[in-house]
Design a protein. Sequence first.
Length: 311
Amino acid sequence: MKHLLKLEDWSTEEIINTLNLADQLKYEQKHGIEHKHLKGKTLGMIFEKSSTRTRVSFEVGMTQLGGYPLFLSSNDLQIGRGEPVEDTARVLSRFLDGIMIRTFEQSEVEALAEHGSIPIINGLTDYCHPCQVLADLMTIREFKGKLEGLKMCFIGDGNNMMNSLIVGALSTGMSFSAACPEGYMPPQNIIEFGEKYGKGKFEIVHDPIEAAKNADVVYTDVWASMGQEEEKKIREAAFAGYQVNADLMAVTNPDCMVLHCLPAHRGEEITADVFEAHANEIFEEAENRLHAQKAVLVECMADKGNTRDND
Ligand code: CP
Ligand code: NVA
């Protein structure tokens, strides 16, 4: 059974195959070619946090694939009243063909996979955001024609986005640099993942300008993630200076892209002028959530032999 619990569970080949399938599905959707690989299948979508892109891209994507998306708010599910995830997993496995979950703890996603018997897709946890990074890699390849040899730079919090970007970038032949304030570094296991690639390929520093030198892609995310609302003021102070702005872009390579998973806070992690100068890349990235998600759904949920051909 194939899950997407975190990106480090997938090999480079699996990531690249998914990007290729995402490109194909994007082409088919743009050209009105039917691609109902998941006809008759139902995806449960559990949301314990807010969402615009993930909710809509999974729901629309599942519909375009001929399946049915079922939105399940944790406010309504018994899981929100303390029903164990082990029982929820076993019950939902009898109704559904797959589950996409957005929640806080990575362990909840892993427990669903352990106790259920259907594919589980991580739609964001505090630890990682693999679906977003597949869309990001797809977008970079679309604009730059390749991933291998490019330098990605992340400015900001060592959070779920940065964790998955490190894995996604390094697994596909990019180098990765980041600037994080003291105390906001990624977790040790992710640093160790990066260090295996060596200093020329992976570096985390405190100075944003140093990190951005010769970057081909600059990426940033909010200073306070969902669930960290109470730390907003402390974080605003800690992250002052960790901003993607014209000074930072001046040291990057010519034609450097700027990506943002969104939602963006203009005037905090990114200035309005840099955001708007790169809006075509950022909103293509947002659209690519749809195509990348559909590829993940097909890879995880389609019957074998039904992944490449149209019905
Ligand atoms: N980037 C992203 O996951 O957006 P949503 O929170 O709107 O789903
Ligand atoms: N780091 C952000 C990403 C949102 C897509 C959060 O977790 O809120």
